[in-house]
Design a protein around this ligand. Structure first.
Ligand code: HXC
Length: 257
């Protein structure tokens, strides 16, 4: 892996993926996203990992897709390369993904963050979809996810002007879970990951799938999936252990079975 760094922690079972192209503000070139896809696929299959954190560095989560790599491409070349297809792995990952964001999260960087499940931001974070200033538009879900996250009027403003949102504004509009001082964002993401990592991975996976379905379906279908997933947890040992522990007034021990 050249452009990302993966570290696994045993207790709690949390994996950290760091984007590692600091000189280019972590611009997301094709190789970086291929490495990301492969890492996510492996971590999703790895029983020793329950939650994944993705982060950049203090200056940037990512300043977008790599402009230099795509500047000269024709539409047909873009279509045939279809680099955004590698991005699909982010939303296909079954384990929860927390984005820990400091500095710039722009263009594809902002779209990447919005594809994750939760976002912890440093007070220095800046979010935006500045593609319009390059004569193009968001291509990895920005027009869809930003609109659902912050509402039509604000999404229009950001996408049509390329303005940035500060961390505080992003929090106000519901784009991020929490804003913390810049030295705390990774720590805070790890705290959140730990809390989830101690819970039943079966229930966590089904809950994540059910919430995500709310973006993709009509209410009726989403409710049906949620209900089935709820019933399905009753076939797990974790559900039995969780409810039994509650009644016996002790901390449950979840095994992912
Ligand atoms: C390639 C990039 C880059 C990018 C920064 N760099 N962003 N290279 N692609 N997206 C490079 C710069 O060229 C420069 O390298 C180095 O990183 C530092 O950047 P500076 O511009 O010198 O830093 P600064 O003045 O601090 O400005 C920071 C910035 C600015 C405001 C974030 O870099 C910027 O506007 N970047 C582009 C943001 C953007 O438009 N993103 C959307 C991309 S399109 P050199 O070697 O030149 O000094 C997109 C479409 C997604 O994301 C579609 C789905 C795939």
């Amino acid at each position: 892996m050249e452009f990302i760094k993966v570290t696994e922690q045993k207790e709690p079972q949390v994996a950290l993926i760091e984007l590692n192209r600091p000189k280019e503000l972590n611009a997301l070139n094709r190789q970086l996203m291929e490495e990301m896809r492969d890492a996510l696929q492996q971590l999703d299959k790895n029983d020793d990992v329950r939650v994944i954190i993705i982060t950049g560095n203090e200056q940037a989560f990512a300043a977008g897709a790599d402009i230099k790599q795509m500047a000269d491409k024709t539409a047909i070349e873009m279509l045939m390369i279809d680099q955004i297809s590698t991005w699909d792995q982010i939303r296909r990952t079954k384990k929860p993904i927390i984005a820990a964001v400091s500095g710039f999260a722009l263009g594809g960087g902002c779209e990447f963050v919005m594809t994750c499940d939760m976002v912890i931001a440093s007070e220095t974070a800046k979010f935006g979809q500045p593609e319009i200033k390059l004569g193009t538009i968001p291509g990895a879900g920005g027009t869809q996810r930003l609109t659902k996250a912050i509402g039509k009027a604000k999404a229009m403003e950001l996408v049509l002007t390329g303005r940035f949102l500060s961390a505080e504004e992003a929090h106000f509009y519901g784009l991020v879970n929490k804003v913390v001082p810049k030295e705390m964002y990774l720590y805070e993401a790890i705290q959140l990951a730990k809390e989830i990592a101690h819970l039943s991975p079966v229930a966590v996976q089904l809950a994540k799938e059910s919430i995500n379905r709310s973006f993709e379906t009509h209410l009726d279908e989403g409710l049906t999936l949620e209900r089935k997933n709820f019933y399905l947890t009753f076939s797990s040992e974790d559900q039995k252990e969780g409810m039994k522990a509650f009644i016996e007034k002790r901390i449950p021990e979840f095994k992912g079975k």
